[in-house]
Design a protein around this ligand. Sequence first.
Ligand SMILES: [Ca+2]
Ligand SMILES: [Ca+2]
Length: 302
Amino acid sequence: MTSPENGRYYPPASALLLSANATVDYDGDIVGYQWFEYVNGTEVLLLEEKWGMIYFGPGSHHIALYAEDTRGAGEWAHVNITLGDSAPKLNQSSLIVKPMSFTEEELTTIEVSIELTDLDGTTEDVAGQITHGIQIWNFVLNDAGEGRDLVAGDGIWTGTVDVEAEGAGKPHLRIVATDMGSGEAKVSIATADLLVKEMETDMPWVTVGGSIGGIILLIFLANMFVSFRRRRLASMDVIGSWTSFSDATSSVGIDQASVVDAAEESAVQMENDLQMQEIQNPLDVQTAEGSEIQSGKDLPKI
Ligand SMILES: [Ca+2]
Ligand SMILES: [Ca+2]
């Protein structure tokens, strides 16, 4: 065989030419060509032509050609080749998140789509994660035309996730494409910051009414408390004065009888004064009636 060349390294995602042109057949009676690949020790038929283009994945490949002539005599040729492993590449600028902003405490379905290129097409794992404080939502994206992915195999990967954010803030979206290729993981990452808005704050009338009612109730309760406290304090004062009065009389030793005597004495004196004034000027006493008794005393005397 002339192609591929044994032991050669080929770039990722190469379509290789399988060509049996160099097969030496002196009789010119080759009637059949069969190309095989050995996969895990098993022959897998690739092509039954003299030549053709075949696509191979990354890694090592054992390719065999079997040529048979009219007499039934066959000949085998073998090559081992290696293809490169292309890394995945998420196109950050192609990232679409719908919606980018949503409201706290509201169940929201977020659709995420992004373009991925991987020349050898070996990337099978594209995962998304949204973190918002202690909240974490995981989801997967696919390019198989499943769910919201419109077209299978177009390089646009799509996924959805239901979120219910607790509190406003800026959740972080992270998309990781992992390509195991020929065994060694290669990753590509794209990110975005989302926005969680606070709940609507404009109060419906029911809430306003409830608030006003609540305020009125609070004022009423506060008044009740104050007046109750006043009455309680007042009653305590009365009790206190009773206590101090009895204390004073007992400790200082004022004779209650003498207090009463003094009051009686002054009352008798006042009565005498009035009688005197009545004799002197009965009219003045009449006019002074209703005023304080002392003002009657200060009245000019004729
Ligand atoms: Ca790859
Ligand atoms: Ca797609």
